[in-house]
Ligand binder design. Structure first.
Ligand code: VG1
Ligand code: CO
Length: 546
């Protein structure tokens, strides 16, 4: 094989964020940019030499070019074998499943998740390790350090192009490559966890209807294979099911703002009983009932309450974990059941050790992410199948299931206010000035009448490996039990997004159907005031409310 070493100059902006390295397509297509980062990965992750690598992504623009480059680089770096998803497609949870089922050394995922795609959109590269989960911070930091001093990358010259359109075995410069069905392992895993007969009975009962919106992203083929082909939902249940390199021009983020087609149906005339959507790479989920939105933090708690009734989880639940900004609803279920409850920083990589150690079986984030120990990623379709299992067992509406949950545990009123399009300086000023005020905040009475009880900056020491991650969000607790959390997004590709997470628990069932934003408006105002948001950004309110 003619492996050529190319001299290169390091880039200084290749530090992975919350979930991999995300940059604009324009940045990624600069000469050497992708190559440098991938070489830094190969240099750092020695398990790949001689091992099996799983490769694929959400099919966004630039994926084909990146796959061709990565295959030639893998060959030149001594990777044993590569499994590529047909069409270059592989959802994030399916990569995780395939790594685990086939004993692969790791996976490279080409995705910027919910960020828009196309030539003017974003691209991303994420590395998953042998347990199937996102590389932990120790690894991503080592990759970053390597990227800063890199002087050459290795790539095989004169390798024939691989036809990604069909499943077959081939080679690239002597390295075996298999183009595989990206759905098969994942589907087999779902069949082990869920009672498919029960789901078939629900979907074929004639008195239950659903819509799944794949948002022209990667979950289309998975949802069709599972919901329509396997479980008997009528053709057309999956909408926007063909993956497109630009996601049909949309923003593949499953929330009330961006999943228009789904929202129109569930809030329109004659709504179906159940609606769900997933994001670009298939790891997020939004769950809707007829005219009813399930907050992701509540979804996690409801799943915690019911998981033992699903075959894959019967009799083996011992703990649940949530990211810090996620509401405390799941903790209440854990307490009632006598399970452990963990609070981790934002990002799925922090759940990996807890799952590997068997301390938790279920994890979730407020950002529409839920999953279990069947993989080491969040898993959109898994959450849909889990919800369908609950509905199949209870034969009640989504709204009834959630209201019943509130009646039992109280309702954690919860919303996230995003201030997008800030400059980096504006974002950092807000967080820095809150950090400086932490000690003097307690006792402060805000204009909206709330008094600060405590304030801190969240740091997390992983109970399994002892690694500490600091500066993971500013938390302000008020004397009525309400909480506001401030942090900056780590997945954007320009400027800054400030996320303010707001929650307040209410025990009285008479208040449970109150308007959410109204209920939290005093808290939102207090958070804006303490963060000096208006003064620093000029924005009077959030640009996105979820
Ligand atoms: C966001 C979410 C976080 C999630 C991450 C990746 O990160 O808040 O909970 O894990 O996206 O999700 P940030 O740093 O922008 O807040 V995905 O679906 O992009 O892989
Ligand atoms: Co995603």
């Amino acid at each position: 094989m003619a492996a050529v070493e190319h001299a290169t100059t390091p880039f200084d902006d290749q530090r992975p964020g919350t979930s991999g390295l995300r940059k604009t397509v324009a940045r990624f297509s600069q000469p050497g940019y992708l190559e440098n980062f991938v070489q830094a990965l190969f240099d750092t992750c020695s398990e790949l030499a001689g091992g099996t690598l799983v490769l694929g992504g959400d099919g966004r623009y630039y994926s084909d070019t990146a796959i061709a480059t990565i295959l030639r680089m893998a060959a030149a770096n001594g990777v044993g074998r590569v499994l590529v998803g047909r069409g270059g497609l592989f959802s994030t949870p399916a990569v995780s499943a395939t790594i685990r089922r086939r004993g692969a050394a790791g996976g490279i995922l080409l995705t910027a998740s919910h960020n828009p795609g196309g030539p003017d959109g974003d691209f991303g590269v994420k590395y998953n390790v042998t347990n199937g989960g996102p590389a932990p911070e120790t690894v991503t930091e080592a990759v970053f350090e390597r990227s800063r001093v890199l002087e050459r990358y290795r790539i095989a010259e004169e390798a024939a192009a691989v036809d990604l359109g069909r499943e077959h075995d081939t080679e690239v410069a002597g390295m075996p490559v298999s183009v595989i069905d990206p759905v098969a392992d994942y589907k087999a895993l779902m069949a082990e966890l869920f009672d498919f007969d029960q789901l078939r009975a629900l979907l074929g009962s004639g008195d239950f209807s659903m819509v799944f919106d794949a948002m022209h992203a990667v979950t289309g083929p998975y949802a069709r294979a599972l919901l329509e082909d396997e479980l008997g939902a009528p053709a057309g249940t999956v909408i926007n099911g063909d993956p497109k390199p630009d996601f049909g021009g949309g923003h593949p983020d499953p929330n009330l703002e961006y999943a228009h087609d789904l929202v129109d149906r569930l809030y329109g005339d004659n709504p179906p009983d159940f609606g769900a959507a997933s994001d670009g790479d298939g790891d997020r989920n939004m769950i809707l009932g007829a005219g009813f939105f399930v907050n992701p933090s509540d979804s996690l708690a409801v799943l915690a309450g019911h998981l033992e009734g699903i075959p894959g989880y019967a009799g083996r639940m011992t703990g649940v974990a949530r990211s810090m900004p996620t509401s405390r609803a799941a903790d209440r279920v854990a307490a009632a059941k006598g399970w452990a409850a963990y609070e981790t920083p934002t990002g799925w990589k922090f759940f990996g050790n807890l799952l590997d150690a068997g301390r938790v079986q279920l994890c979730g984030e407020e950002s529409f992410g839920t999953s279990s120990d069947h993989v080491r990623e969040k898993d959109g379709l898994w959450a849909v199948l889990a919800w369908l299992s609950i509905l199949a067992a209870r034969r009640e509406s989504v709204a009834t299931v959630v209201r019943d949950h509130w009646a039992r545990h109280g309702r954690d009123f919860y919303t996230r206010h995003d201030y997008e399009g800030l400059t980096r300086e504006q974002g950092e000023r807000i967080v820095d000035s809150l950090r400086r005020k932490l000690e003097t905040l307690p006792g402060t009475r805000t204009e909206s009448g709330l008094t600060v009880a405590e304030a801190d900056e969240f740091a997390y020491t992983d109970p399994v490996d002892g690694h500490t991650s600091s500066r993971q969000g500013i938390r302000v607790f008020f004397d009525d039990g309400a909480r506001a959390v401030f942090r900056l997004s780590g997945t954007g590709t320009s400027g800054a997004t400030l996320r303010i997470y707001l929650e307040r628990w209410a025990g009285d069932p008479l208040t449970h159907n109150d308007d959410l934003q109204n209920t939290l408006s005093d808290l939102a105002a207090a958070a804006r005031e303490l963060g000096e948001v208006h003064a620093i950004t000029g924005m009077a309110g959030p640009s996105l409310t979820v």
